[in-house]
Design a protein around this ligand. Structure first.
Ligand SMILES: Nc1ncnc2c1ncn2[C@@H]1O[C@H](COP(=O)(O)OP(=O)(O)OP(=O)(O)O)[C@@H](O)[C@H]1O
Ligand SMILES: [Mg+2]
Ligand SMILES: [Zn+2]
Length: 329
């Protein structure tokens, strides 16, 4: 785990705790000013610790006197709660209100990191990864169907119609996205809009508040490899993020080296995310036959059985755009 990210997450938790405390102080001052009886009760309650100490030191009738103190405290708290209610405040107005009640904004619970801290680490980690990936998000509005007009695919079908359906399906997918949406496989030749549409989905899903990791499979696998063979191991490494993020977009499947570590990592990512019901979008230049030839059966069978496959057709738009913008000399 990246130390900077860990520190940043700890600081965030600490500032939440400070905020909870200062809000609590503010509510105390407000109530003290409005309800003098409560101010008095609070003063008495604040002396409880001293009274307990006195009792313990005196050595006489300790159990009995502690019991009395406890009863008095309870009564004082009940009176305080009903006074609050009578003055139109919620009964728990003077309790501490933490962002995470489970760890009381300490970041630690049940002998380890609390989920709230893990969530922060994950979300800071994801932002940093997307900065590295230079995530320039595309949008559906910049996606034109005109590039596909008048073109036929290898089977003689109208590319415009196929891509219109794909565009519609992607728009619907983004609009209805939840972390249990299906996984998608975009395949087709270069420059047909696979990356463009997956980034358009990413932009909309991020704007709905979900966490998305987008990067080329080469970058992601290299990062996982560096961490795997590096010195430190942690449950919050890149691999953890890839296995848990709401939406993972793996661009350019098939461009990675064919090493056993990469293949088993790809299998792990695909398989684990399917088991967790989390969606993944995979882009590839490979056609279905080439996928079958290149990857082992346990990967291929999962991709074909679980992913919704979309075949991108048309001719290289990167090239068309370049031609159109070429100087006229
Ligand atoms: N329908 C479209 N309308 C407008 N621009 C498009 C469209 N499709 C693709 N583009 C643009 O063309 C370029 C290439 O598209 P993109 O990167 O999405 O292709 P790709 O299918 O991912 O190709 P590759 O397989 O090489 O990664 C990008 O600049 C993209 O924004
Ligand atoms: Mg691409
Ligand atoms: Zn917590």
């Amino acid at each position: 785990m990246n130390e900077q990210i860990f520190q940043k997450a700890l600081q965030t938790v600490a500032s939440r705790r400070l905020h909870a405390k200062s809000e609590n102080d503010r509510r105390y001052r407000e109530v003290d000013a409005r309800i003098p009886q409560i101010a008095e009760i609070n003063r008495q309650l604040a002396q409880t610790a001293t009274k307990i100490l006195d009792t313990l030191q005196s050595g006489e009738n300790i159990a009995e006197r502690l019991e009395t103190l406890k009863r008095q405290n309870l009564e004082a708290q009940q009176i305080s709660a009903s006074l609050l209610k009578a003055h139109g405040f919620p009964e728990d107005y003077l309790d501490m209100h933490y962002t995470c009640e489970h760890c009381q904004d300490t970041g630690y619970a049940d002998g380890g990191y609390c989920d709230c801290l893990k969530k922060l680490i994950a979300s800071f980690g994801i932002s940093r990864m997307n900065e590295y990936a230079q995530l320039t998000l595309a949008s559906f509005d910049q996606f034109s169907l005109e590039y596909y007009r008048g073109k036929l695919d290898e089977q003689g079908r109208d590319c415009f119609q196929t891509m219109q359906q794909i565009l519609q399906a992607c728009r619907r997918y983004a609009a209805e996205f939840t972390p249990s949406s299906p996984s998608l496989l975009f395949y087709g030749r270069t420059g047909l809009g696979k990356t463009h549409l997956s980034l358009s989905i990413a932009a909309e899903v991020i704007s709905k508040g979900y966490e998305v990791i987008y990067d080329s499979i080469i970058n992601l696998l290299q990062q996982v490899e560096r961490e795997h063979f590096g010195r430190e191991h942690s449950e919050m490494d890149t691999l953890y993020l890839l296995l848990h993020v709401d939406l993972l977009i793996l661009d350019d499947l098939g461009t990675e080296f064919d090493t056993p570590f990469y293949i088993s990592t790809i299998y792990n990512i695909i398989n684990t995310r399917i088991n967790r019901g989390l969606p993944t979008i995979i882009n590839t230049n490979l056609d279905l036959m080439s996928i079958r030839r290149r990857y082992e059966e346990r990967i291929v069978s999962r991709l074909f059985a679980v992913y919704e496959c979309m075949h991108f057709v048309g001719s290289d738009i990167r090239l068309m755009k370049k031609k159109n913008s070429a100087p006229l000399i």
